[in-house]
Design a protein around this ligand. Structure first.
Ligand code: ASP
Ligand code: CP
Length: 357
């Protein structure tokens, strides 16, 4: 949507120029750019804090607003969002912090006058303690972190960048909420068949989730990837799983794995990423979840979806039936997004475990 081409280096190049630091037990001030920064202990911390914050929100705990009082989050969405943007904003406000956004998203910011990504991010970095950013270019969150690190040496506010999705790259906070939901509902992540279905090439949520399952560490769990041949999981992710000894299986036939799946993660074909409309139309309807399809899965399967949904979840009448099925957990997943983002913001902003747990 927004051009950052006035920077001579393409965003993708910043994946080589900037290496996000491992969390390694300490979140304070760190940019959150890729799930590769997390290990099992870090994930357990985020999950424990998320569960605790969920309890506290449920109990209408009035002290929550003291956790991030006085802190400021900038929301920079160069690409469309409902859940990620709103849940980060809601999370920050529930913790007592404040939110600034550029006028009407970034549409009426100086991006409109042709300002580039780096300067837009620098502006946010001069005002906010944390910057949540979504952009259509792969590597854009690395690029933002790279510039903010250089800016932080020269200004008094020290902002951290949290990626809200970088093109077809990653969506780390989504994977955190996905895995939190999965572990919560399945009482762990071992002994499961987890099936990811749909656009595995352009879908950034599945890239992050597959890697995060590996980093969490699982025993006797298999990842199945179901997609049209033209939208299969990128080799970089497959190699990552192989390196982490995660059993995985790729197929174009849903029915090969539907009956054995404990978790089904359905995804939208990412229409906006296709260069040619005809290529999108050729695969658009390959996998459509309907009540009839769900009925062929295990009784205790959970059906997840990052949302938004289009025709890959059938008709509006199908939605009504699916939504009423207790196996469909995408609304819990959506709500968990706020608790997980509260946990992430609090940890990055340096709130102590004593105050959080
Ligand atoms: N909302 C998710 C994302 O931004 C999934 C999607 O758009 O299909 O990646
Ligand atoms: N799941 C997700 O990222 O949703 P939005 O695109 O609406 O933010």
């Amino acid at each position: 949507m927004v051009d950052s081409s006035s920077d001579p280096r393409p965003s993708e190049q910043f994946r080589h120029l900037y290496t996000p630091p491992k969390i390694n037990g300490s979140f304070t001030g760190k940019h959150i750019i890729t799930v590769e920064q997390f290990d099992h202990r870090d994930l357990q911390t985020i999950f424990d804090v998320s569960a605790r914050l969920r309890d506290r929100v449920t109990a209408h705990d009035r002290d929550l607003v003291n956790l991030c009082a006085g802190k400021l989050m900038a929301s920079l969405f160069f690409e469309a969002s409902t859940r990620t943007d709103m849940s980060f904003q809601a999370a920050m406000r529930r913790l007592g912090g404040s939110v600034v956004t550029a006028s009407n998203g970034v549409q009426f910011s100086s991006v409109y006058k042709g300002e580039n990504l780096a300067d837009t991010v620098r502006a946010a970095g001069c005002y906010a303690d944390v910057i949540v950013m979504r952009h259509s270019a792969i590597g854009s969150s690395y690029q933002a972190a790279y510039y903010i690190d250089r800016l932080n040496e020269r200004i008094v506010t020290h902002g951290a960048v949290i990626s809200g999705g970088d093109g077809i790259g990653e969506h780390p906070s989504q994977a955190l909420l996905d895995l939190f939901t999965l572990v919560d509902l399945k009482k762990g992540a071992d002994n499961l068949t987890i099936t990811l279905v749909g656009d595995l090439l352009y879908g950034r949520t599945v890239h992050s989730l597959a890697k995060l399952v590996a980093l969490y560490g699982v025993t006797n769990t298999k990842l199945c990837f179901v997609s049209p041949a033209s939208l299969r999981m990128p080799d970089t992710i497959i190699d990552f799983l192989t390196k982490h000894n995660i059993t995985h299986y790729e197929t174009t036939d849903l029915y090969e794995v539907l009956g054995e799946s404990d978790v089904i993660y359905w995804t939208r074909v990412q229409e906006e990423r296709f260069a040619r409309r005809a290529d999108y139309e050729a695969v658009r309807d390959n996998f459509i979840m309907t009540p009839e399809v769900l009925n062929q899965a295990k009784r205790d399967v959970i059906l997840m979806h990052p949302l938004p949904r289009k025709n890959e979840m059938g008709t509006p009448a199908d939605h009504d039936i699916l939504d009423a099925n207790p196996r469909a957990v995408y609304f819990q997943q959506m709500e968990n997004g706020m608790f997980v983002r509260m946990a992430l913001l609090a940890k990055v902003l340096g709130v102590s475990d004593a105050d959080l747990l």
